[in-house]
Write a protein that binds this ligand. Structure first.
Ligand code: 6R9
Length: 648
């Protein structure tokens, strides 16, 4: 892949940290050395950011690898760390969340409010018979009760499993069954795209096949009509509101399960990623503080993601609350009621740090920079990206049009499995390169290896592996230790295989190239989807691109591109397609020239913003569509098919 890749890596724009930010940065360049001198001691220092009822005897027990135990013998309570200790320190009046509903209703929730609400919800769960260790499923829109429910579970040691509200009844059923949850917390619905969308019917449908679920606690959000099963269904306000707002937290073992989060694997059965308490909270708290350079006194932090995604768990809930920070939480979509909603929120609350996905950024590019230009975004000082490789053009657009050409952009690589950020620039230290996630964070050991597991030299590509255990790592897959070992620890002996392709540039900095199943092989050349997508997006007429490798009788695989044009270029016809093919050829090389380019209006995406290339491959190879249940909008695929009947 080297010839093609060297083009992507020829990106030579560099952005040094702003002097003022660097001078006051939480983390300095020395931290890398301090951490690598003794990685485990580094994490022990970070663990002391938390309140421990009892300190650990052993920081890391790796004797039964790959099953890790961190902070063995330590005892803590995650909810106490996220809520009570801030109130006890005199910060009860501090705002934990500025919450904004899509219709424009707002709620301000202080740490003291959160303590009362979480205590009440914990008492309610106990009344419903939930015991330490029992699993509780949460299927909610983006409302404050979602956070309260998660923390109430954590407080009583009942691992939560949050199922993203955009998932179908079938997906919900599978997850409830897999972890054997007996209680479901949901709401009548939430607001999306200007209208109430229902959740309760999916719960009812799912529970038809989950006889062991005793109770469903239903938050009233939209007041739409709901079916009601007496004896099973209970209104949150009937049960939670009358509880005492006092609850004394119990302290749990550092390895007590905190939550299970399902993520799709290559087979049909979702993988239940298990996270435990002490190591997870340590790494989310440190990475949130270090990578976003959090100043708890003054920052207003906003992760614009859904809580049903790991990004929401770690950087809407656990990280910001562990650090006692004020966050913004927004219920709805970015274009409701207008395409400037995010920027309006940033101006309204004085958001200083914004964390979102490249897919959102590319959508904003498509809508045009005149939209954010109408709002005062000068409060922003750090921007973050997560979820997919960020194309250099999107990175530069984000920095320029949102960050006022002033803010560092931190491109953070991590996974549901890693629990917390792993590879990222540090805003006060790193000279940013558009498109590169740069270096493993202090305390993390990453490497890029070849097929045989040997580290590749600088300037070459291979597979990303993590070579040492880290505190927030998944502990296993719920109920399936063997699948955990097989999926992550068998491809390269003793090392964690992330499933991502990566490349070290001439400086040894890391560029992520997408999932390895997204690496194409065209006439024996390995091409990455990301680099061709980046080449397409670097063309001024293109807003967004998705590239797949389709079977081809002559070349093995062939490059097929789906592109969304920027506003005015929307219907380009054959001339534009030729222009784009030539553009890719000149950016990367003739070998990367797409066999077909299809101009579309939308791309199929999961709610966490990942393009579902699998579906595009089905289209490109003229197959029946596979499973579309995790799509944000399944009608997109119909549109693409219709488009396809016109030759590209
Ligand atoms: C946090 C999250 C994990 C996969 C991961 C990789 C991709 C995430 C990325 C990135 C390039 C980044 N990914 N962040 N690729 N650069 N900054 O997204 O978790 O939903 O489990 O997805 O997402 O392919 O393996 P998850």
């Amino acid at each position: 892949m080297s010839e093609a890749l060297s083009n992507l890596l020829r990106e030579d724009r560099r952005f040094a940290p702003p002097a003022e930010l660097a001078a006051a940065a939480n983390v300095t360049a020395d931290t890398y050395g301090e951490a690598s001198a003794d990685r485990v001691a580094f994490w022990e220092r970070q663990a002391r950011r938390l309140h421990w009822d009892q300190e650990w005897d052993q920081a890391l027990d790796w004797s039964n690898a790959p099953f890790a135990k961190w902070f063995v013998g330590g005892r803590l309570n995650a909810a106490y760390n996220c809520v009570d200790r801030h109130v006890e320190a005199g910060n009860g009046d501090k705002v934990a969340y500025h919450w904004e509903g899509e219709p424009g209703d707002t709620r301000t929730i202080t740490y003291a409010d959160l303590q009362r609400e979480v205590s009440k919800a914990a008492n309610a769960l106990i009344e419903l018979g939930v015991q330490t260790g029992d699993r509780v499923a949460i299927y909610m829109p983006m409302i404050p009760e979602t956070v309260v429910a998660m923390l109430a579970c954590a407080r009583i040691g009942a691992p939560h499993t949050v199922v993203f509200g955009g998932f179908s009844a079938t997906a919900l059923r599978d997850r409830i069954q897999d972890c054997d949850a007996r209680i479901v917390i949901t709401s009548d619905g939430g607001y999306r795209r200007g209208a109430p969308s229902a959740l309760k019917p999916q719960v009812d449908q799912a529970l038809a096949e989950c006889p062991d679920v005793r109770n469903v606690l239903v938050v009233k959000r939209t007041s739409q009509d709901v079916e009601w099963k007496d004896g099973r269904d209970l209104w949150w306000h009937d049960v939670v509101d009358r509880q005492s707002d006092q609850h004394t937290p119990e302290f749990f073992d550092a390895e007590h399960p905190l939550y299970v989060m399902y993520t799709s694997g290559t087979t049909g059965k979702p993988k239940g990623i298990l996270h435990t308490t002490g190591g997870y909270l340590t790494q989310v708290a440190w990475t949130h503080w270090g990578v976003f350079d959090i100043k708890p006194e003054t920052d207003i932090f906003w992760t614009a993601a859904d809580i049903g995604w790991v990004t929401g768990h770690s950087y809407i809930v656990y990280g910001p609350l562990a650090n006692g920070v004020t966050s913004v939480m927004y219920e709805g979509t970015p274009d409701t009621p207008h395409q400037g909603r995010w920027w309006e929120l940033i101006a309204k609350y004085g958001v200083t740090i914004l964390y979102c996905a490249p897919t959102a950024i590319r959508t904003f590019m498509k809508w045009g920079e005149q939209i954010p230009a109408e709002f005062d975004l000068t409060s922003l000082r750090v921007l973050g990206s997560v979820g997919e490789p960020i194309n250099p053009e999107a990175y530069v657009w984000y920095r320029t049009h949102i960050g006022g050409d002033r803010t560092p952009v931190v491109d953070t690589w991590w996974q549901t499995e890693t629990g917390a950020l792993m590879i990222s620039p540090l805003p006060g230290v790193t000279e940013g390169k558009p498109g590169a996630a740069m270096k493993a964070l202090p305390g993390i050991a990453a490497e890029v290896v070849d097929d045989a597991g040997n580290p590749v030299p600088n300037g070459s590509g291979g597979y990303l592996v993590i070579t040492e255990p880290w505190p927030a790592m998944l502990r296993t897959l719920w109920g399936d230790d063997q699948r955990y070992v097989d999926t992550y620890w068998s491809r390269f002996q003793g090392r964690y295989f992330a499933g991502d392709g990566a490349k070290k540039d001439d400086d040894g900095d890391i560029w992520l190239l997408g999932r390895v199943d997204d690496v194409m092989n065209v006439s024996g050349h390995r091409l990455s989807t990301t680099e061709i997508e980046s080449a397409l997006v670097s063309h001024p007429k293109v807003a967004e691109a998705a590239v797949v490798g389709a079977n081809d009788p002559t070349t093995g695989q062939a490059v097929v591109a789906f592109v969304i044009m920027r506003g005015s270029a929307a219907s380009g016809g054959d001339a534009v397609v030729k222009e784009l093919r030539d553009h890719v050829a000149s950016e990367i090389g003739p070998i990367a020239k797409p066999r077909q380019i299809l101009v579309v209006d939308e791309l199929p995406k999961t709610r966490s913003g990942k393009i579902m290339r699998r579906l595009l491959r089905d289209v490109a190879e003229n197959r029946e569509l596979g499973d579309v249940t995790t799509l944000t909008d399944s009608s997109v695929m119909e549109l693409i098919r219709t488009n396809l009947s016109k030759p590209g």
